[in-house]
Design a protein around this ligand. Structure first.
Ligand code: FCB
Length: 404
């Protein structure tokens, strides 16, 4: 049978995403750095039979110094968009003092993208905090909101002309649950109340950042939501599914959507929901990533269709997999794009796809072992090697078409 080509809308953005702490290296004034080096974290890892040295971000991908050559990779791979974060802990290492050298650093980074004609998605908060802000209670104290807004104001003033899309906050749902309930992110608290407060503070931060960002430059402002495709296991679990859908996919969205010019979709997969809550049955009937996450491209179509009712442009701000052998990535990208295209045909206004990630990087509490990169990184030498799947993605980026 002859291959068919399907074309994406004109002007579709094709690219990849990273975050600062995961790639730059030496983010020494952040709460993550403090946590990675804490005795509490080290003894937790030792008790799990792990080597704590493998769970510190260290120099990561040394992206802080290598951004020019890493951006050459974007060009080589035909990408026209890139998502990255700026690091509040670098820009304001002490409360009330903005480091001008770091402001200039990020200006150079963003200019380097502009020089290559690449559209920029700039995230303001991607999981990490300045340590001083964390010590003041971080986002669990509403009184701290103005401190975040000072940083937003600086970013807006300094970088607006170089930004094409602001992403205020990455995945408030994940930040809240991982930091305050599941114990996977610092400060590893286990309190439903603190989770609730942190998520609501982030919602307020987004809503109050919006007019500040719009004042300096009328570029689209949005948020990157973590959206999960939840599937009921039977008709009896539909109600539970709907409740969980509201908590995981709607609570933050509904409270921020009026102050979003677009919706950022971070999609990694799906979960089954039984009558009493989430049931992970995927081990038996799904393809899995190296982190055992179920690969479910059709779920992306459902997630995108479900967002049509908000009548906002949609950008896939993250989608990817841990696949050290690069065995599943090409198919993964192909299938997720196929379902994205199906959603577009049914009226979802999807305008871009940013693969997570450009290169292997520090995967938070999992350390360096998961390999999410289109480009492999050999950490001791910092050598970059383009994986075969990246070349097939590059062809899609170049032609704006997918062969099916
Ligand atoms: C997302 C995070 C991103 C990365 C991917 C794998 O939830 O936003 O930083 O860790 O997961």
């Amino acid at each position: 049978m002859e291959n068919k080509k399907i074309t994406f809308p004109e002007g579709f953005l094709w690219g990849a995403a990273i975050s600062a702490h995961q790639t730059e290296g030496n983010n020494i004034n952040s709460n993550w750095w403090a946590w990675e080096h804490s005795e509490r974290r080290a003894s937790e890892l030792r008790s799990q039979g792990r080597n704590p040295a493998e769970y510190v971000s260290g120099q990561a991908c040394d992206f802080y110094h290598r951004y020019e050559s890493d951006f050459d990779l974007l060009t080589k791979l035909n990408m026209n968009a890139f998502r990255l974060s700026i690091e509040w802990a670098r820009l304001e290492p002490q409360q009330g003092w903005f480091d001008r050298d770091e402001v200039e650093h990020y200006r150079r980074v963003l200019e380097a993208l502009k020089k290559r004609g690449i559209k920029t998605f700039v995230t303001l908060h991607h999981f990490t905090l300045p340590q001083w802000f964390a010590e003041r209670g971080g986002f669990t104290r509403k009184a701290n909101i103005p401190l975040f807004l000072n940083y937003v104001r600086l970013a807006a003033e300094e970088f607006s002309p170089l930004v094409d899309f602001w992403v205020t906050i990455n995945e408030p749902e994940i930040y809240g649950s991982h930091s305050y309930i599941l114990g996977r992110f610092p400060p590893q608290r286990k309190s439903h109340w603190l989770t609730f407060v942190a998520v609501n503070t982030l919602i307020a931060c987004h809503n109050q950042a919006y007019p500040i960002l719009k004042k300096y430059n009328n570029v689209p402002v949005g948020l990157a939501y973590h959206l999960v495709d939840l599937v009921p296991t039977s008709i009896y679990s539909r109600f539970t599914r709907d409740v969980m859908h509201y908590i995981t996919n709607r609570y933050v969205l509904r409270r921020t959507i009026r102050r979003c010019d677009y919706i950022g979709v971070n999609y990694y997969g799906h979960s089954h929901v039984g009558v009493w809550g989430r049931k992970i049955r995927h081990k038996t009937h799904h393809m899995l990533t190296d982190l055992d996450w179920a690969i479910h491209p059709d779920g992306l179509e459902r997630v995108l269709l479900d967002l049509r009712k908000y009548h906002k442009p949609l950008y896939i701000t993250e989608n990817g997999l841990a696949d050290a052998g690069d065995i599943k990535r090409e198919r993964f990208i192909h299938d997720h794009l196929l379902y994205t295209h199906r959603a577009i045909e049914q009226g979802a206004d999807v305008r871009g796809y940013l693969h997570w990630s450009l290169m292997d990087n520090f995967e938070w509490a999992h350390g360096f072992s998961p390999r999410f990169g289109l480009v492999a990184v050999d950490y001791p030498t910092q050598a970059r090697t383009i994986r075969p799947s990246a070349l097939s993605y590059a062809e899609i980026c170049k032609t704006n078409t997918l062969t099916v």
